[in-house]
Design a protein around this ligand. Structure first.
Ligand code: NAG
Ligand code: NAG
Ligand code: NAG
Ligand code: NAG
Ligand code: NAG
Ligand code: NAG
Ligand code: NAG
Ligand code: NAG
Length: 574
């Protein structure tokens, strides 16, 4: 009896004392977890959603303990996932480092890999979200901490910057895909040359976005500040109030996002995003993929191509040609001329064009046909431009044409294209169709603008709004004015809910406008995103916000409750 009581007591003590710490005698394995003292963060084995595959991969990760949507803030980055966490263990080795071992301990998957003077260290998870490797006898000696090695997420109170003395600059790196936390192609880094800029980069080589100091000017409950001194410069991210749960993430789309958790509606609210649209991200859609903000998803394959493995929002695989070019299958020059070109208007041409010698569009076409590696050409006022190899980067559709832009011609096997006669009639048809569509859209937009929110409803969320939004798409929004009607919100209600858009309710502020927190008469918490009046993009901006919301919603993150377009306001309510 006595040993049992002793065991129970001892077990209790272990549970109470070791719950936030890994020691040399208490490794972490299987479903075991450690939780920070205030209960904010948990560390354990985490399995991301796996898309179509049924097997699970596990990674050591830190996530929010109190948020029902699994949201990680750090992962022990390793290219080798753990397939069975019961055979893996996160433990303190004899040299004091924290390591992840797999398969009967003969494989080292990850290590803190620092040199340690003491022979007694422990790893503790903090309420700040940091995992610290500290001296067991003196917790102010920190040998390693996870916030110095951020993955894709920046938490409040954490610096992201450049140490001007050591030259070390920290980076956020996006996950490869929603299913794979290993480092992907997109990253955010402080300029290593010391200018006060942050660059979002593709494959560590090409910058597609550079910050300006005012990008980070976000007064409100969440503040971003750029700090510069002689020894370091960094981005400091803080919250006025500890109860605000927020983080910045470089998403697998390549965009930076500042998100805040809204407790009572159980969702992440997007406060700020840069670059503003996904199509501004370098090579977002992969080879022969085109980015179109009017489509959902934004990435699609161009004509004559189909998707390579587009699972879980990772489009980097690009597209493959449906029919090989004749010049690829027949080496004789006679056949090499039998490929055809598909004309594309309203295109953002891909990067890496080369000049070619030609004095007419016809000569330009011949110049391209001559060489089988030529995949496209355009002829404009500057002359003839050709693209060799795969069209890897930044092809976009749905872009308005500027004066001087030429038509973009994509090389395809002749069998992919209808004969010229039919093509001409379809071109005429599509011109007429396009003009008609333009007027229809214009009419809808005018309808939008002239329409005011309903004043006859004291309470504006129609019971059907939720149902109408289950499969929300921007195009549906345009198609179905009836469902928009049920989404239109009353400005007065919003003014009351947010204390007249008062300072005290402001969650954050970005280039687009402000986000306020509000409470409806029934106690439901909402986030009110008020796009700035001065925003010249106007409806375009609203549209890109709507698409983003729809997309986030699709990932079960954010739901749109409604919009208000009263008195020249452009307001989104989530
Ligand atoms: C530890 O760091 C050293 C030097 O920085 C490096 O050579 C070694 O490969 C690292 N070991 C592991 C397991 O990461
Ligand atoms: C730690 O090091 C001290 C002296 O450096 C030694 O006396 C002690 O036995 C070591 N403890 C362990 C657990 O290795
Ligand atoms: C713990 O370490 C800090 C920093 O090295 C030192 O200043 C402090 O005196 C140490 N405390 C104890 C109790 O050893
Ligand atoms: C990224 O860069 C590396 C070397 O700089 C190169 O080998 C690799 O192919 C690049 N990745 C892609 C997807 O282009
Ligand atoms: C940042 O600080 C350094 C040293 O104090 C100074 O030389 C530099 O001009 C500062 N840069 C900006 C943009 O303030
Ligand atoms: C994943 O599953 C969806 C629906 O079941 C399917 O449409 C898609 O093609 C699948 N993707 C892959 C890469 O197998
Ligand atoms: C086709 O173009 C590529 C890239 O410019 C070049 O390397 C190759 O020599 C060209 N081939 C012929 C047959 O001209
Ligand atoms: C013509 O097209 C090339 C390649 O896309 C581009 O670099 C150039 O600026 C264009 N010229 C004009 C006048 O639009």
């Amino acid at each position: 009896m006595a040993p049992l009581v002793f065991l129970l007591l001892f077990g209790q003590i272990l549970l109470c004392t070791a719950v936030d710490t890994i020691t040399s005698t208490t490794p972490l394995s299987g479903s075991q977890q450690i939780v920070s003292q205030g209960g904010k963060f948990t560390l354990g084995f985490y399995s991301p959603p796996q898309g179509n595959t049924t097997s699970s991969n596990y990674y050591i990760a830190i996530w929010y303990s109190n948020i029902p949507l699994p949201t990680t803030v750090w992962t022990a980055t390793t290219n080798v996932p753990v397939s069975d966490p019961t055979t893996a263990s996160l433990e303190i080795t004899s040299d004091g480092n924290l390591v992840l071992l797999d398969q009967a301990k003969n494989r080292l998957l990850w290590s803190t890999n620092v040199s340690i003077a003491s022979n007694s260290t422990v790893a503790t998870i903090r309420d700040s979200g940091s995992l610290e490797l500290i001296d067991a006898s003196n917790s102010s000696i920190v040998y390693w901490q996870s916030i110095d090695h951020p993955t894709n997420t920046l938490l409040p109170g954490v610096k992201l910057g450049l140490n001007k003395i050591t030259g070390v600059s920290q980076r956020l790196v996006a996950w490869k895909s929603e299913a794979d936390p290993s480092p992907g192609l997109f990253s955010l880094e402080h300029d290593p040359n010391g200018t006060p800029l942050y660059f979002a980069q593709w494959n560590d080589s090409i910058s597609y976005w550079a910050s300006t100091p005012w990008d980070f000017d976000l007064p409100g409950m969440v503040a971003l500040r750029f700090v510069n001194s002689s020894t370091e410069s960094y981005l400091l991210y803080s919250t006025k109030d500890d109860s605000v749960i927020t983080h910045i993430i470089i998403d697998i789309s390549g965009q930076l996002r500042l998100l805040t958790w809204l407790d009572s509606s159980q969702q992440w609210i997007l406060i700020w995003t840069q670059p503003h649209t996904e199509c501004e991200v370098y090579a977002r859609c992969g080879a022969y993929g085109s980015c179109n903000l009017n489509a959902l998803p934004f990435c699609n394959c161009v004509k004559g191509f189909s998707q390579n493995d587009w699972d879980l929002d990772d489009y980097s695989g690009g597209c493959k040609r449906n029919t090989p070019l004749q010049c690829q299958t027949h080496s004789t020059s006679a056949h090499s001329r039998s490929d055809k070109f598909y004309a594309m208007e309203d295109v953002r041409v891909p990067a890496n064009a080369r000049g070619a010698v030609a004095t007419s569009s016809q000569e330009c076409q011949v110049a391209c046909l001559k060489n089988c590696s030529c995949s496209a050409y355009t002829y404009n006022y500057t002359g003839c431009f050709v693209w060799h190899g795969d069209l890897q980067v930044n092809l976009g559709e749905g872009y308005s044409k500027f004066f001087g832009d030429g038509t973009f011609f994509l090389r395809l096997a002749a069998s992919e294209l209808p004969d010229q006669q039919r093509k001409k009639t379809t071109i005429i048809g599509s011109v007429i169709g396009g003009v008609a569509a333009f007027f229809i859209i214009l009419a809808i937009v005018l309808f939008f603008l002239s329409r005011t929110c309903r004043r006859d409803r004291t309470f504006w969320i129609s019971k059907t709004a939720g149902a109408a939004l289950t499969d929300f798409r921007y195009s549906d929004l345009l198609d179905d004015i009836q469902s928009i009607d049920s989404l239109l919100l009353d400005l007065l209600t919003l003014r009351v809910a947010t204390n007249d858009f008062g300072e005290g309710t402001m969650l954050g502020k970005g280039g687009f406008g402000m986000v306020h927190k509000g409470v409806l008469p029934d106690g439901k918490q909402i986030a009110v995103k008020r796009l700035s009046h001065s925003s010249r993009q106007g409806i375009g901006e609203l549209k890109s916000e709507l698409v983003l919301v729809a997309k986030l919603r699709h990932r079960n993150l954010v739901s749109l409750i409604g919009v208000c377009l009263e008195e020249q306001e452009k307001i989104l309510v989530c």
